[in-house]
Each structure stands twice: as structure tokens, then as C-alpha cells.
Design a protein around this ligand. Structure first.
Ligand SMILES: [Zn+2]
Length: 285
């Protein structure tokens, strides 16, 4: 069964979708995802894989599925050699629309998830605290392209240094990957500062959306606000969840509460609303 998007999301582009083939289990492969997304009303998808490039896959699936455009990019994790300038150049030549800094291979990610020591994983800084030469080369290679530079799972300190440096080179398309996540948390003031340099923000709305309907494309929507009522086609269960979601704390809310106690987040919000308000504040278009 196809889940049609609510009217205000018709024609939206989802810039962050994981699909098979992938070493993690995914609900859809590229082809089924594209067909389902086209039926549901999305106009474009940008495929992401922690293992490397999705550019080639996106090109072929775009040819095969009418009614939707697919784009790909490159994630700079260990499988592609980390900060691999040659891989970035090839991806750009093939039409990559997003280059992600390391995600699962990022030092920041490993520290948070596996408690690994600070010497493991990729960081954009060299031993003196400056931006690594290969990272600088990657950013230089992107100058003049239409490609988005995404912060991946770098720490906010790294991500903001990256954007400032990229901006000084002339880059303008920055996307901060899930700025509300505890691992990659950007304070509101830091978001405002980076927004002034052209950065846009990609909060993880999937968790909030899943509370009230099974969003089959696992979207992190670009342009999205929480509607005042559940969509007409929502099942009774999802309607119940929708109503409950404005009053019942969940894990996200607890995490935000923790952040708020630690002074990183000003208002104590509940259950998903914080994600929506972040989206409203930072709606990119
Ligand atoms: Zn992702």
C-alpha cells in the first residue's frame, strides 16, 4: 500500500535516504524505494550509503523509474579511504550532489558509540589543530560545483570549522547533518552563526514522523511543518499516537530534557515538537 504524502509535502525532495544494497538491513532497495517515493508524491531522492558512492546507482535507477529524479553522493568513510581526494574528484565528475564528511568512521562517532579512544577514527584536524591538507583539497575540489558539503558525524567543533573554511574558499552549499542529535549537537546560536554562512540544517524528523504514521521513505524532509491534525488517511492507531505525541514524553524528549538541563537547549519540549520547531526555524526554502 502506498502512503501518499500530505499536500504540503507533495513534490518534496528527500535528501537523505538509505536503501539497499547496503551492509545494514534496509527496508527498500533503490528500485523499490524510487517507485514507492514516486507513487507517494516525492519529486526527488538523494541516496546515501555509509559505504561510499551512490552516484552510479542513482543514475541507473533514475533511468528506470519515471516520475522521480534520483541523485547520489559520496560518504568519506573508511571503505573509500576516508578523506580520499581522488574519490571525491571522480564522484564530482560523475555528478555527485553531496559529499558527506565521515559518518561511521568519524572519530566523533566512534567516541560516542563505542567509547573508543581518541586516537581512532577520522577527524578533519591535524595534530596541530588545523584542518588537514587532504580535507582542504577535497573542499577545493568542490569549489565551482553544485555539490552540497555535509558535515556527517563530525563533532560540532569540526563541522563549524569545516563550514567556515569552506566558506572562505567560496563554497556556499553546506548541510549540517542532524544538528539536534546528541552526538552532533549544534546549539541554536551556533546554528544561527553557520546559517549566516549559507549552512542549512537537516534534523532527524524520522523518529517524530514515525510516531504518527509509517513513513515509508524514512524521510528527513527539507520543507516540513507539523500539520495541525493527522492526515485523513491515518489509521486509528496513528491518530491515537498523533494525539498522544503532543503530551507524552518519549526518548527524544528525554534526550532534549537532558540537553536542556546541561544548558545546550533552552526550552524543555516534548515529544517530537522540538524537531518540528527546529524545522520551522530553519526551513531552507
Ligand atoms: Zn544517514
Amino acid at each position: 500500500m502506498t502512503h501518499h504524502l500530505p499536500e504540503h509535502l507533495m513534490g518534496a525532495a528527500d535528501l537523505h535516504v538509505h536503501s539497499a544494497p547496503d551492509i545494514a538491513e534496509r527496508r527498500y532497495d533503490d528500485l523499490d524505494l524510487a517507485r514507492e517515493a514516486a507513487r507517494s508524491g516525492l519529486s526527488a531522492l538523494l541516496l546515501k550509503s555509509h559505504q561510499g558512492s551512490t552516484v552510479e546507482r542513482a543514475y541507473l535507477v533514475s533511468r528506470m523509474v519515471p516520475g522521480i529524479r534520483l541523485f547520489g553522493g559520496l560518504v568519506l568513510n573508511d571503505p573509500v579511504g576516508g578523506f580520499n581526494v581522488a574519490a571525491v574528484r571522480v564522484a564530482l565528475q560523475l555528478g555527485a550532489r553531496e559529499i558527506w564528511m565521515p559518518t561511521k568512521s568519524a572519530r566523533n562517532h566512534l567516541l560516542h558509540h563505542h567509547g573508543e579512544d581518541a586516537s581512532s577514527g577520522l577527524t578533519i584536524f591535524d595534530s596541530s589543530g588545523a584542518i588537514r591538507a587532504d580535507v582542504a583539497q577535497i573542499l577545493s575540489a568542490m569549489v565551482g560545483s553544485e555539490c552540497i558539503l555535509a558535515t556527517g558525524h563530525l563533532s560540532p567543533e569540526e563541522g563549524s570549522a569545516l563550514i567556515r573554511f569552506g566558506h572562505s574558499l567560496g563554497l556556499r552549499r553546506f548541510l549540517v547533518t542532524h544538528p539536534e542529535w546528541s552526538v552532533t549537537f549544534y546549539s541554536e546560536s551556533l546554528q544561527r552563526e553557520l546559517a549566516a554562512l549559507g549552512a542549512m540544517f537537516e534534523p532527524r524528523t524520522a523518529a517524530a514522523i514515525r510516531r504518527w504514521r509509517p513513513l515509508r521513505t524514512r524521510s528527513r524532509m527539507w520543507a516540513s511543518t507539523r500539520p495541525s491534525s493527522p492526515p485523513t488517511w491515518a489509521s486509528p492507531t496513528h491518530r491515537r499516537r498523533w494525539r498522544a505525541s503532543s503530551s507524552m514524553p518519549n526518548t527524544s524528549a528525554r534526550r532534549v530534557s537532558r540537553a536542556s538541563r546541561s544548558g545546550r537547549w533552552r526550552s524543555k519540549t516534548r515529544c517530537g515538537c522540538w524537531v518540528w520547531s527546529t524545522l520551522e526555524d530553519w526551513r531552507p526554502f
